[in-house]
Design a binder for this molecule. Structure first.
Ligand code: ADP
Ligand code: ASP
Ligand code: MG
Length: 427
């Protein structure tokens, strides 16, 4: 008998029939003798629809109200799931994030979990009932206001609860069979990984593979929570996200790590080029102080060689497209003191990232990546690397072709059946 935390994403609870299907699964785990805590996301695309609705009411919704609005999505699914489980003869109770003891900081829309004290969840489980918790939400203890954890945040709720309850495993149920070598929606020949290390999954998540949200992987690594990503639509074993030191074969021997874990892609960034920056010390510092002052995080940076005749250079950087207008407004305001000539803004870019812990000790990975892109006729606009990742920026139009070309060049294509996408709209 184990304590299992199961998290069901939006596509797994998209309608009444799906909720009944999930209820059956939960009841089966309970009847098999396990203690079960369930975390749910909002039904289908509810969160996007609520955001659209708010934007129809006002162009700038107050953040406090936005968080109250969005937490409603998870309350709907948690109570419906509890009812459906009840109907199967198993006792179940639902709890909001606040009731479940999820304590966060004050940052509306992107709150961080600072503590989890799940006494009500423990009591519920001890009584032999299933506890259902609304994902993606918590409470700021200094104001008692509800907060949300940022898009995809139910994954983080699940891992944080699993850590606080010392669960044996955190199962993340979604609309694909696990973590694949690329997004199966773009690469049908992507291969399901049996295991992936926390480090590699961190880089994949940070590079746009939204199957797990970045903070949940950070949390799982910090508290050593084993995460099993699998489909709620099939009974197949999924992908175990775990400490790489634990990667062993059936005989218990440590296995050699593959060079590449996968190819991630991200279409959510934009590129700003600051044209005609005086090539003297302190100018780059000023540009990035201004951008940081506007509360914008940047990703890649490239500075071109300055033209000897003018002493001017261009600096390009990428940032979340959602922050584009904030950053350009701040830079324009400071144009006189920085002294640049013009700003260019491009949100038709895409980022491809190749991730693999084996890259550390394997030469020639970049060369092979660039050759694959060049053979596919794809132009590279920017490059950045970490110890276990290489990222390139291309045009948004050519991103899907780039992902497929790189996936094939690194021999990641599966020879078995195509990857299945069971549900979801990909929104
Ligand atoms: P949920 O609603 O269950 O939280 P998400 O839509 O957040 O589901 O995440 C699942 C989706 O992640 C998949 O449908 C798939 O399109 C996408 N995805 C991106 N990269 C990968 C990858 N490497 N492996 C699996 N899925 C991926
Ligand atoms: N419902 C929230 C979202 O759509 C949280 C989640 O699904 O994890 O982002
Ligand atoms: Mg998700």
């Amino acid at each position: 008998m184990a304590l299992i935390v199961q998290k069901y994403g939006g596509s797994s609870v998209a309608d009444a029939a799906s909720i009944k299907r999930v209820a059956k699964r939960v009841a089966e785990a309970k009847r098999a003798g396990h203690d079960v805590v369930v975390v749910v996301s909002a039904m289908g695309d509810t969160t996007d629809e609520l955001i659209d609705l708010a934007n129809q009411v006002t162009p700038l919704p107050p953040q406090r109200e936005m968080d109250i609005l969005l937490t409603a999505g998870e309350r709907i699914s948690m109570s419906l799931l509890a009812m459906a489980i009840h109907n199967l003869g198993v006792d179940a109770k639902s709890f909001t994030g606040q009731q479940a003891g999820v304590i966060t900081d004050e940052a509306y829309g992107k709150a961080r979990i600072i503590d989890v004290s799940p006494s009500r969840i423990k009591d519920t489980v001890a009584r032999g009932e299933v506890a259902i918790v609304a994902g993606f939400q918590g409470v700021n203890p200094s104001t008692n206001d509800v907060t949300t954890l940022g898009r995809g945040g139910s994954d983080t709720t699940a891992v944080a609860l699993a850590a606080a309850l010392k669960a044996d495993v955190c199962e993340i149920y979604t609309d694909v069979d696990g973590v694949f070598t690329a997004d199966p929606r773009i690469v049908p020949s992507a291969r399901k990984l049996d295991r992936i290390s926390y480090d590699e999954m961190l880089e994949m998540a940070a590079s746009g593979a939204k199957v797990l949200v970045l903070r949940c992987v950070e949390y799982a690594r910090r508290y050593d929570v084993p995460v099993h990503v699998r489909s709620s639509f099939s009974t197949r074993t999924g992908t175990l996200v775990t400490n790489e030191a634990l990667v062993t074969n059936e005989e218990g021997e440590q296995m050699e790590q593959p060079i590449i874990a996968g190819v991630a892609h991200d279409r959510s960034e934009a590129k700003i080029t600051v044209v005609g920056v005086p090539d003297v010390p302190g100018k780059a510092a000023r540009i990035f102080e201004v951008v940081a002052g506007a509360g914008v995080n940047i990703d890649m940076i490239v500075q071109n060689v300055s033209a000897a005749s003018t002493g001017l250079t261009d600096i390009s950087f990428t940032l979340p497209a959602a922050d584009g207008s904030k950053a350009t407004a701040a830079l324009t305001e400071h144009q006189p003191d920085i002294g640049f000539t013009a700003l260019q803004y491009d949100d038709t870019i895409g980022k491809l990232s190749l991730v693999g812990a084996g890259m550390r000790s394997h030469p020639g990975v970049s060369a092979k990546l660039f050759a694959a892109l060049s053979e596919a006729g794809i132009n590279i606009e920017m490059i950045s690397t970490s110890e276990i990742r290489i990222s390139v920026v291309t045009s948004s139009d050519s991103l899907d072709d780039a992902v497929r070309a790189v996936h094939t060049a690194f021999e990641l294509d599966s020879t078995e059946d195509e990857a299945v996408v069971y549900g979801g709209t990909g929104r």
